[in-house]
Design a protein around this ligand. Structure first.
Ligand code: RTP
Length: 149
C-alpha cells in the first residue's frame, strides 16, 4: 500500500451546495484512504500561504474573498499515485475544459467557483497538508478492505 498523500479541499461553494458526500464518495469509491478531515474557516494568513504562488495574479483578491466566504472541508487522502489521481478526479481548473465525469466537469461552470482543490505535486501536497493539519490530526490505520486479494 502506497503512503503517498494529497490534500483535497472542498471549497466554500462545494460545502454550501451540499456536495460534500458526493465528492468524498468519489475518492472513497476509487480506493483511497481518508486520513484527515475537518470543516474549517481558513484565515487569510493560511490562504496567503496556501496560494503563495498566485499572490501576484490579477484574480488573487477575488480568489481570496471566495475562499474566505465560508467554511472549507479540508481532507487528506492516501494511496497509490493519489496526487495525480486526485487531480484527474477533480478535472481541469477551468470547468470549460473539465471532462464530464470529473468533479468540476459534473458540478462546476465557473473557474472562480470550481468546487474543490487538489494538490498539484507531491511537494505541494506535503506543504499543504502541513499547513492545514497538525500531525496529530492525521490518522494512522489499516482499513480492513485494503490489501485486496
Ligand atoms: P486549485 O489550486 O484550486 O486546485 O486549482 P488549480 O491548481 O487547478 O489552479 P491554480 O492555478 O492553482 O488556481 C487556484 C484557483 O484560483 C482560481 N483561478 N481563477 N484566471 C482566473 O480567474 C483564475 N485562475 C485560477 C480557481 O478557483 C483555481 O482553482
Amino acid at each position: 500500500m502506497s503512503d503517498e498523500r494529497t490534500f483535497i479541499a472542498i471549497k466554500p461553494d462545494g460545502v454550501q451546495r451540499g456536495l460534500i458526500s458526493a465528492i468524498l464518495g468519489r475518492f472513497e469509491n476509487r480506493g483511497f484512504k481518508l486520513v484527515g478531515i475537518k470543516l474549517t474557516h481558513p484565515t487569510e494568513a493560511l490562504l496567503r500561504d496556501h496560494y503563495e504562488d498566485l499572490q501576484e495574479k490579477p484574480f488573487f483578491p477575488s480568489l481570496l474573498s471566495y475562499m474566505l466566504s465560508g467554511p472549507v472541508l479540508a481532507t487528506v487522502w492516501e494511496g497509490k499515485d493519489v496526487v495525480k489521481q486526485g487531480r484527474a478526479i477533480l478535472g481541469a481548473t477551468n470547468p470549460l475544459n473539465s471532462a464530464p465525469g470529473t468533479i468540476r466537469g459534473d458540478y462546476a461552470i465557473d473557474m472562480g467557483r470550481n468546487v474543490a482543490h487538489g494538490s498539484d505535486s507531491v511537494e505541494s501536497a506535503n506543504k499543504e497538508i502541513a499547513l492545514w493539519f497538525k500531525k496529530e490530526e492525521l490518522a494512522e490505520y489499516k482499513p480492513a478492505l485494503f490489501g485486496w486479494i
